[in-house]
Every structure is written in C-alpha cells, then in structure tokens.
Design a protein around this ligand. Sequence first.
Ligand SMILES: Cc1cc2nc3c(=O)[nH]c(=O)nc-3n(C[C@H](O)[C@H](O)[C@H](O)COP(=O)(O)OP(=O)(O)OC[C@H]3O[C@@H](n4cnc5c(N)ncnc54)[C@H](O)[C@@H]3O)c2cc1C
Ligand SMILES: NC(=O)c1ccc[n+]([C@@H]2O[C@H](COP(=O)([O-])OP(=O)(O)OC[C@H]3O[C@@H](n4cnc5c(N)ncnc54)[C@H](O)[C@@H]3O)[C@@H](O)[C@H]2O)c1
Length: 488
Amino acid sequence: MSPTHYDALVLGSGQAGTPLAKAFAAAGRKVALVDRAHVGGTCVNEGCTPTKTMIASGRVAYLARRAWDDYGVGDAGGKVRVDMAKIRQRKRDIVDQFRGGSEGRLDKAGVDIIRGEGRFVAGKERTLLVKMAEGGEEREVSADLVFINVGEGPSRPQIPGLKHIDPKRVLDSTSIMELDEVPRHLVVLGGGYIGLEFGQLFRRLGAQVTIVQRGKQLVPREDEDIAGALLGILAEDGILVHLSASPTSFKSNNLPNGQPSELEPFTLNINRKSGQEFDIQGTHILLATGRIPMTANLNLDAVGIKTTPKGHIVVNDKFETGAPGIYALGDVHGGPAFTHISYDDYRIIRANLLPGQTPSTTPPLHTSAASKSRNLTPYVVYTDPQLGHVGLHARDLAGRRIKTAAMPMSYVARALETDETRGVMKATVDAETGEILGFTCLGVEGGEIMAVVQTAMMGGLKWWDLEAAVWAHPSLAESLNNLWGFLE
Ligand SMILES: Cc1cc2nc3c(=O)[nH]c(=O)nc-3n(C[C@H](O)[C@H](O)[C@H](O)COP(=O)(O)OP(=O)(O)OC[C@H]3O[C@@H](n4cnc5c(N)ncnc54)[C@H](O)[C@@H]3O)c2cc1C
Ligand SMILES: NC(=O)c1ccc[n+]([C@@H]2O[C@H](COP(=O)([O-])OP(=O)(O)OC[C@H]3O[C@@H](n4cnc5c(N)ncnc54)[C@H](O)[C@@H]3O)[C@@H](O)[C@H]2O)c1
C-alpha cells in the first residue's frame, strides 16, 4: 500500500509543531499532524497550563492562611480546607479549554490530525509508519518536509527497591496532578523546576514535603546566592530540603501482619556527599530528576538522523537534521526546554520556509542570528515568589569587569504595601559600558519585573537609563529606579 503523501508532516503536537502545521495549511499546503496522545503537547496537557492552574490554588491557600494574622480579614486562626478533587477539576477544565481551542484552530485550517505513534521507515524517504491510537492498525504517511517535535518525557532514576514500591505512590509530573487526595508526606527527588513547583504547591495544600536534591544547591543553573535565598523561603514554608543528597535505595514497609503500612509505606535511604547516611519515611514519591527526549523509538538511525548520547537530535542552526527535508524543533534538540523557545523555533522555521507568512518585521533566520530576546533566554520558575531570570549568570562572567547590585524585596514599596517582601532582585552590569548583562528577580511577580528588564536589554538600554526612568508609583517596576544604588 502506498503511503498518503503530504506537503508537510509534523510529528508531535508540541509548541512548535502545532502552529507550524497551521501556518503550512494557511499557505495552502497539504499538512498532517501526528500525535500519539493529544493536541497541544506537554505544555498544554501536562506542563505549563495545568501546573500554573494548580499553583494558583496553592497560592490562594497560602494567602488564606495568612489572611487573618497578616491582613486582618477572614477567620481568626486561618484554618484552610482543601478539596483536591475540585482543584483537579479546575485544572482539567482549563486544559480541555486550551486543547479544544488548538484542535478547533487546526481543524479550521484544514490540517489532518492523525492520532497515533509515528516512527521512521528505513529505506523510504521522509516516511513514517503510524500505529493508530484507536484500533492499533498501522498506516504509512510521507511528505516533502517532516518536522519532528516530539518533546521530552520524565526520566525515571534507577534506584534499587523503587520498582517494589506500590506504583500508586510513585508519581511523576503528570500523575501527581491526578491525585484525589493530598499526600501525607511527599518525598520529592530533584530540586529543579518541577521538584520545587510541585513541592511548594503540595506543601501549601497541606502535605509534609521533603526535597532530596543531588546537587549542592537547588536550581543548579542559578547563582549560588539566589538559590540560597530560595532555599530560605522554602524552609520558611516548612519544606525540608536535603542538599548534596543521593537516594540510594527504597524499602517497602509492612506491618507485622504482612500488609503494607499506610502510615509509612516506604523508607528511602540517602547518602550525603559527606559520606553521612540516613533514612526518611514517606507516603508518596515525586520523581523530578529531569526529562529525556522521546527519540528512542523513532528509528532515527535508520534514516540518517544523528542523536547525542542523551538522545537529543543533532541539528544545525536552522534546525536541519542530517536527513534532507527533516527538521527537529523544541525540546527534542536539547536547547533550553521551554515553551517560548520551542515557539521561537517555529517562528524561525516559518521565516525560512514560509517567508510569505512572516510579518514584515525582520525575521530571525537561524538561532545564532535570532532576535535579541531569544539570545537572552528568559525564564521563570513558578515558585511563590517567582524566580525570573534573563541573560547571563555569574559563572558566565569570569574574567569580565562587572558590577553587581542585589536589593532585598523588602526595599520595594509595593512589596511592603502588599506584605509580599520575600526575596531579592539582582542585576549584573558591565563595569565600563553600563550594559545590563543579567537580571534575576526572586520576588512577587518576579517574572513580570524580569520582563521589564529584558525589554530594556533588548533595546540596549544601560542601567542608568532604568535608574532615570519614570515608572508609575507604586508599581513593582518602580523598584528599578532604586536597585542601582546597590551596585558594587
Ligand atoms: C510539569 C511541567 C511544567 C512545565 N512548565 C513550564 C512553564 O511554566 N514554562 C515553560 O516555558 N515551560 C514549561 N515546561 C516545559 C514545556 O512544557 C516544554 O518545554 C514545551 O512543551 C516544549 O515542548 P516541545 O514543543 O518540544 O514538545 P511537547 O510540548 O513536549 O510536545 C511533544 C508532543 O509529541 C508527542 N509525541 C511524542 N512522541 C511521539 C511519537 N512517536 N509519535 C507521535 N507523537 C509523539 C507527545 O504526545 C506530545 O504531544 C514544563 C514542563 C513540565 C513537564
Ligand atoms: N517554569 C518553567 O519554565 C518550567 C517548569 C517545569 C519544567 N520546566 C522544564 O522542564 C525541565 C525539566 O524539569 P526538572 O525539574 O525535571 O529537571 P531539572 O533538570 O530542572 O532538575 C532536576 C534536578 O534533579 C536533580 N537530580 C537528578 N538526579 C537526581 C537524583 N537521582 N536524586 C536527587 N536529585 C536528582 C538534579 O540535580 C537537578 O537539580 C526543566 O529543566 C525546564 O526546562 C520548566
């Protein structure tokens, strides 16, 4: 049977592939989008959208607890009830709404949505064999252009004893959002984005939370002082964090009658770098030790597509793989794993392959010449307060003459007025030219304040331009007048 042939075929409905399929269809091309699970990819279904929806509930719980003592409203004692099923339903509704919107737009554009798992066929050019999600039959599709946007999935650390723990108690970033009860004691493996966002959320919903982080600091990409400040905030929230700590083995705990213990179903043995060894008991485990590219079953070797030892697809700065007409976009090529970066990959491809679709503004044609905002790579960890960062870190600046300003959020009028003074903002500038090189805001709406500085960096403003700017009082951005008084 000959394959159905398309002008463009997108494998994986990620944050690049979904808009790209629509753009090709809008340009009059025959397009198919193949996804094994759902339209909208990780971000909409299991990532940004559901997590930030649930985190909003966690923040309300936090404020409700503080309502009487700190703001003089509500019930004295600050007792808070949490309905996990309702929180989950709110999350499901928003995900359905976002996914439904994406599906509707693709349908309207005339994209064929093929629900199934695809892999390349050896010996045939740009051809995929798709195992259909419903019914399981297989069908072949081919195209002039193929775009791989299959993303990453949770990694599963190999820890002795883990596979013997009741699977209902071993969670990843997807299954934890489907719980119908708050765990009594959640042990989180990994102190990165996922571990911290969920750790703080479940603490706020009422769980005891312990974070076990192999690295010597939380969020290893961040400057040491910022990671230290975040650690202090989480400790204040009642989260126990073990740093430089490696999980070595799990043991299931049974009662004398042989039944599993409900109270302390497992013991985790931990080794510190110092050699110290200790045990912790918990009721649930969240595996948040990083993500791996979804390339193992794509048969990439057979069609000449190279991968790194971790499985990321090797691409050039136009996202071309080694196979003619096959591109890889988003997390799967191993760049920064963020929605906004994957979306920018889409814009670069669109500018290169569909120039008629590109707005009249100068398009970025490849990553190295991409827009200034791409090179700055902004991101936000959605802890509360948020950790927003843009530009360089201390480790990137060795040997350069720099000055640094760090100002506690307790100096910010708006933060004081709203009683949200936890955190610090920090900027690094070139000592001679005044160029802003890096900026972090660990503070209330830290991501939004970061975006103000990012815009200034994109426009080439110097730190003294921000010091002299007139912002509305009392906005959070106004603090960018005062920050520079701390430069040293
Ligand atoms: C819990 C969590 C929270 C996050 N929060 C944020 C955030 O706040 N901000 C942010 O910027 N980023 C966040 N991220 C990261 C973000 O979700 C990803 O960087 C983003 O989705 C980009 O992914 P992508 O475009 O590469 O593909 P994805 O969005 O991962 O989509 C890949 C798609 O490919 C499909 N697929 C995989 N293999 C196959 C196959 N063989 N055949 C067919 N289909 C296949 C999958 O079903 C999936 O739909 C979060 C991630 C997680 C897990
Ligand atoms: N707000 C956001 O933008 C957001 C939110 C969630 C996820 N993401 C994306 O998803 C990616 C994956 O998130 P993540 O948190 O899983 O990975 P991560 O790489 O950010 O953090 C994983 C952490 O686990 C630690 N670790 C690794 N193995 C361990 C082990 N065996 N025991 C204990 N600790 C161990 C590492 O030291 C690391 O700090 C992020 O890097 C980010 O790109 C972004």
